[in-house]
Ligand binder design. Structure first.
Ligand code: URP
Ligand code: ZN
Ligand code: ZN
Length: 485
């Protein structure tokens, strides 16, 4: 039986196992994984790893910040950067700002992505204005449109929700079979430290990390977990950075809380001291939560290894080092005013492979789980993405584990204009990238056409199979009956 395409002679890796096999592709799907297949086209993968395409479930693309700054990437530049770094599905945010109609926001994101993306995409929804109309009428429409994850913020003046609002959004997520993602930092702690720092003339970028104190993160993390436990509704804490937050999440999971968590390259490979540079240069290393220190790096590695943290995403939030992003008031910009975020879509997988797999911290199967499979399961994409299973989209990487690369801004395809990893030497890079069976990257060359990426509708998030896990007669169930929730 001849296949449209065979990827021959490589080591096929998924989240469970690694095996020497060929991969047969038919009509854009994985049709067979077995030795000695024959195809009309053959890609020689001998000596290479053959992996499912990466899924980056946290990136900001064509998104307006609450301060009105447009991030530097549109769906073309972001998706090209993703493709060149081995990511074949991205999940950016359709961001509701206060007063916005959710339907109008989502329509706008669909229109922006459709003509530009070169990789496949799905959306999360940011909810910043949970009015009764939004909760009762608009959120129920989202699942029908394939959006089954909502992000809420506990900080940022114009985005943050009160605990009461978070409880309402948790209930709405539960009703709609959606997963709540939370940016967990204590707003008042950050605001109070920021005011005192600025009063003392501490305005430069390095003070951003002082203001976003790790205790602001761990307190908010504990609070989200409490809200989630109160209602027995799952929550996913995004961009976990600090040792105390990791430990808080692990403890809660041991107690049976249905809490999941994500971390990002900046919490393994960057430090608060990176922002300590002359002038405003350090703004390039500022994101929220901020990069921490060696002790937190080790805690994050341990959390990835023992399953406390299930997802490794980029939180790609690209802003240029000029008045459009990092320096809205030019040289007078204080750390409070600069846009928060670092670019990372293109380097997410190579960095984790080099520092994790090559250095023996995680197995190559754990690498696949953390960069692809777990994202598909967590957000309801596993019917098409994130594995080498027969029937899944043939989103496949031929990965050269030995290619040596020195990271530099000149090789980055995003529009940030810099990389916080400048000069870093890594081993391992995708040699070929296939999307639904089509070769979209060969070496450093993009072959995909603008707009060839497809929207993928998310189903129900899989790790939160509520009907099975919920105990209606357990303490949370009895309590919810009492309050009519
Ligand atoms: O600094 C960051 N992470 N900016 C992007 C917005 C967010 O909170 O994810
Ligand atoms: Zn966030
Ligand atoms: Zn983010």
């Amino acid at each position: 039986m001849e296949f449209d395409l065979v990827i021959a002679g490589g080591t096929v890796v998924d989240a469970q196992q690694s095996r020497r096999a060929d991969v047969g592709v038919r009509e854009g799907k994985i049709a067979c994984v077995a030795p000695e297949l024959s195809g009309r086209r053959v890609i020689d993968a001998s000596g290479k790893l053959v992996l499912p395409g990466g899924i980056d479930s946290h990136c900001h693309v064509e998104q307006l910040s609450s301060a009105g700054q447009m991030c530097a990437d549109d769906f073309y530049s972001a998706s090209v950067a993703a493709a060149l770094g081995g990511t074949t599905t991205i999940m950016p945010f359709a961001a509701q700002h206060r007063g916005d109609s959710i339907t109008a926001v989502v329509d706008d994101y669909f229109a922006r992505a459709a003509t530009k993306a070169v990789v496949d995409y799905a959306f999360h929804l940011i909810v910043s204005d949970p009015t009764p109309q939004a909760l009762q009428t608009e959120l129920p429409l989202m699942a029908a449109r394939g959006i089954s994850s909502f992000k809420v913020y506990m900080t940022y003046e114009l985005l943050r929700l009160s605990d009461e609002q978070m409880l309402e959004v948790l209930l709405a997520a539960d009703r709609e079979g959606a997963l709540l993602m939370v940016h967990a930092e204590n707003h008042d702690i950050i605001k109070w430290i920021t005011r005192r720092l600025l009063e003392r003339g501490h305005t430069s970028p390095r003070f951003h990390a002082s203001s976003h104190h790790p205790i602001a993160e761990s307190e908010a993390t504990h609070r989200v977990i409490s809200l989630s436990r109160l209602l027995d509704v799952p929550a996913l804490i995004v961009h976990v950075s600090g040792i105390e937050a990791v430990n808080t999440i692990r403890d809660a999971q041991h107690l049976g809380a249905r809490v999941f968590a994500e971390t990002c390259p900046q919490y393994l490979f960057l430090s608060a001291t990176d922002a300590d540079r002359p002038g405003l240069e350090g703004a390039k290393w500022c994101c929220s939560p901020p990069p921490r220190d060696a002790q937190s790096h080790e805690a994050v590695w341990a959390g990835l290894k023992d399953g406390t943290l299930q997802l490794f995403s980029s939180d790609h939030a690209p802003y240029r080092f000029d008045e459009s992003g990092k320096l809205p008031r030019g040289q007078a910009t204080t750390f409070k005013e600069m846009a928060n975020g670092v670019p990372g879509l293109q380097v997410r997988m190579p960095l984790l492979f080099s520092e994790g797999v090559r250095k023996g911290r995680i197995s190559v199967n754990e690498f696949v789980a953390l960069t692809s499979t777990n994202h598909a399961r967590m957000y309801g994409l596993a019917h098409r993405k994130g594995s080498m299973d027969v029937g899944c989209d043939a989103d496949i990487l031929v990965w050269d584990a030995d290619r040596q690369v020195t990271l530099s801004a000149s090789m980055m395809k995003d529009n940030a204009g810099y990389t916080p990893y400048e000069g870093r030497q890594i081993s391992g890079w995708p040699e070929r990238v296939l999307l639904r069976g089509e070769l979209i990257v060969e070496g450093d060359r993009l072959l995909a056409q603008r707009g060839s990426g497809e929207f993928i509708a998310c189903g129900t998030p899989a790790p939160v199979a509520r009907p099975v896990q919920r105990a209606p007669d357990g303490p949370a169930g009895v309590f919810r009956k009492l309050i009519g929730a």
